[in-house]
Ligand binder design. Structure first.
Ligand SMILES: *Cc1c(COP(=O)(O)O)cnc(C)c1O
Length: 370
């Protein structure tokens, strides 16, 4: 089965096999394993030892994003969030529910955020201490230029939190060059190509030290995770971790290191191009112009044909071993297809053939966007 939902992604059998063991998470062997894993993650982020720390948290992307917001913004603080789409909306909601104040920055969600718009918003409102950015907006498929937005944030002396859940490992990231980033957050199950269940932040130690007691949640407190590591060692968890998920993640990092970020991004970009050309050849309309289409996920306008039915399309694809999302994430209906995971352009070409057959099953003739 090709899992193109996108995330959890298609994984390698070796990665899945790494889960098939019993693990004692308080055992010394696991402690050595976890310390080493933290270093490997730090290297992927180009973090600096002593300046940045890898902080694992059980759970999903929303959990680690909330933990970062709670940890680095005191209650009542104001977070500027470019309204890039469905995942920025989620950051807005969890910020509000955590008792911080989200300040959405209205932008054209089908275009990369203009760093000057961020700079202008920060200049106009000195009460904004932080900016929250979704690096790869999974709702739209647009990539937002974290280095360029970060430069604007840095120039105004503000801080930044980066949701890199669908970007980490594929898109360039160099924390050593972006001291304005308090934390970048991501999960085990997207571009690192492992299984779901663990989330991570790579965060600045100086900001962690300044944030003690601020989270208002023991569970979602990155400073508490950091303080625990100082006290009990870098191989220890506060609460029972998804140890098997970490074992699989570690195995996935072997493949990641062998491939490298540049080649991984090139592979995803090649997947996206095959999909983009493929759906156009089927008479369908991609949601974004190619110049703004990122390499992670693509939306395709739902055909105008009255016989169109997303769930029926998904079911027809699934019969052919291709699984895509069965919900809409864009203001006008579109189906979305992930380009990430342990898949190649050949796999994507296979998915396009399956789409052609599925459209025929449904009898869809009128395929262009309205
Ligand atoms: C997948 C994703 C998340 C987190 O989703 P979870 O279901 O909580 O793991 C957050 N942000 C972005 C950009 C994502 O793609």
């Amino acid at each position: 089965m090709l899992l193109l939902i996108p995330g959890p992604v298609t994984t390698r059998p070796e990665v899945r096999a790494a889960m098939a063991q019993d693990i004692a998470p308080w055992d010394n062997e696991f402690r050595t394993f976890l310390s080493r894993l933290r270093e490997r993650v730090l290297a992927v982020a180009h973090g600096v030892a002593g300046e940045h720390a890898t902080l694992p948290l059980q759970g999903c992307g929303h959990f680690i994003t909330e933990a970062a917001v709670r940890t680095f913004l005191p209650a009542g603080a104001r977070l500027l969030i470019p309204a890039t789409g469905a995942y920025a909306d989620r950051m807005i909601r969890l910020t509000r529910e955590a008792g911080r104040i989200p300040v959405p920055l209205a932008i054209d969600p089908d275009r990369p955020t203009n760093p000057q718009a961020v700079a202008a918003a920060l200049a106009a409102d000195p009460t904004l201490t932080h900016v929250g950015v979704v690096y790869s907006e999974t709702g739209s498929g647009v990539i937002h230029d974290v280095p360029a937005i970060g430069a604007a944030v840095r120039a105004t002396g503000r801080r930044m939190i980066v949701d890199a859940v669908s970007a980490f490992g594929a898109l360039p990231l160099d924390l050593s060059a972006q001291p304005e980033i308090d934390a970048v957050v991501f999960t085990s199950n997207k571009c690192i190509e492992a299984l779901p269940g663990m989330a991570f932040a790579v965060a600045r130690v100086d900001r962690l030290l300044a944030s003690a007691g601020q989270a208002g949640s023991w569970s979602f407190d990155l400073e508490s995770i950091y303080a625990h590591a100082l006290r009990a060692g870098w191989g220890s968890f506060r609460f029972t971790p998804a140890a098997q998920v970490l074992a699989a993640f570690d195995r996935a990092l072997d493949f990641y290191e062998a491939e490298g970020q540049v080649a991984r991004l090139a592979r995803y970009t090649a997947n996206m191009r095959v999909l983009y050309e493929g759906v156009r050849d089927l008479g369908l309309s991609p949601y974004l112009p190619l110049e703004h289409q990122g390499p992670i996920v693509m939306n395709v306008h739902a055909p105008t044909d009255t016989r169109w039915n997303l769930q029926a399309f998904v079911d027809a694809l699934k019969k052919r071993d291709v699984l895509i999302s069965n919900f809409y994430n864009t203001p006008t209906p579109s189906f979305r297809v992930g380009c990430i995971g342990a898949i190649t352009p050949d796999d994507m070409a296979r998915a396009v053939v399956a789409m052609a057959e599925a459209l025929n099953d449904l009898g869809i003739k009128q395929r262009e966007a309205a």
